[in-house]
Design a binder for this molecule. Structure first.
Ligand code: APR
Length: 253
């Protein structure tokens, strides 16, 4: 590992009054949650996420889409924070003004101890009505339900329509307040860590692009090239390996 890069990141974070940590599926990869653009395995190898994660796909085949999310929900349920999540939470304790913005629908940042995480794409553990029958999106708690796997998706208790996961699908709007807060932070921060995202999905990708356009230090933690690696300082390592090193170096400054 390039210790100079680690030291450079630690110094930039320490000197920045406000920091944004922007994460994607790669930060959870070492917890056993597959990223979106990894090839799907097993039962789901025939599909691409872009074909399953849309309202159109759900309307056409609600059972298929529900069952795919149930499969992912099980993976998330079994997952525990990895050293990258823990390091980010520790960095938030050390830094007076650090905001975590994630595209992930798991709660591994929270499990690791991060506070006030902005979730741009929702929460896979939650469920809501596909018809939005109560007006504003109302969550339906299905945690105590026994769901017959032959009759999925389960029915909304209010209108009898389909329940769906509380995640943002392709062709859907992001939660307005969350996106606004994240974009505002990207205009205000003085350094940004971008961790484990390909950077191909909008509007989320505008967050690192804003930071790059402002010329502040941006570090891209990703073992493979992302959309940001060329313009940011690229740390080409798995997040779980490099993040603890950066935080250790930060704590020594
Ligand atoms: N550490 C850091 N990065 C990693 C690791 C790791 N251990 N393993 C993989 N990565 C990187 C990959 O190289 C890739 O660039 O994580 C990235 C994952 O990219 P995507 O699968 O595209 O995930 P993400 O960028 O979060 O996708 C954005 O797309 O499907 C939608 O809504 C979904 O939130 C998701 C959005």
């Amino acid at each position: 590992m390039n210790e100079q890069l680690v030291a450079q990141a630690a110094r930039a974070l320490k000197e920045a009054r406000a920091v944004v940590v922007f994460t994607g599926a790669g930060v959870s990869a070492e917890s056993g949650v597959p990223t979106f653009r990894d090839a799907l395995t097993g039962l789901w190898a025939r599909y691409r996420p872009e074909e399953l994660a849309t309202p159109q796909a759900f309307r056409a085949n609600p059972k298929l889409v529900w069952d795919w999310y149930e499969f992912r929900r099980e993976l998330v349920r079994a997952a525990r924070p990895n050293p990258a999540h823990l390091a980010i939470a520790e960095l938030q304790r050390l830094h007076p003004d650090l905001l975590v913005v994630t595209q992930n629908v798991d709660d591994l940042h929270e499990q690791a101890g991060s506070r006030d995480v902005l979730h741009l794409h929702g929460n896979i553990a939650q469920t809501k009505c596909f018809n939005n029958c109560q007006g504003t999106p109302t969550l339906v708690d299905i945690s105590g339900w026994t769901i017959d796997p032959d009759h999925t998706p389960p029915a909304c208790p209010h209108c009898g329509g389909w329940l769906r996961p509380n995640v943002v699908w392709f062709n859907e709007a992001l939660p307005f307040d969350v996106l606004e807060a994240a974009l505002e932070a990207s205009q205000r921060c003085a350094a940004m860590l971008v961790i484990g995202t390909s950077g191909v999905v909008y509007p989320a990708a505008r967050i690192p692009l804003n930071a790059l356009a402002r010329g502040i230090p941006v570090f891209d933690v990703n073992p493979y090239q992302s959309q940001f690696s060329q313009d940011a300082v690229w740390l080409p390592y798995p997040a779980g390996e490099v993040m603890p090193r950066i935080v250790e170096a930060y704590a020594r400054l």
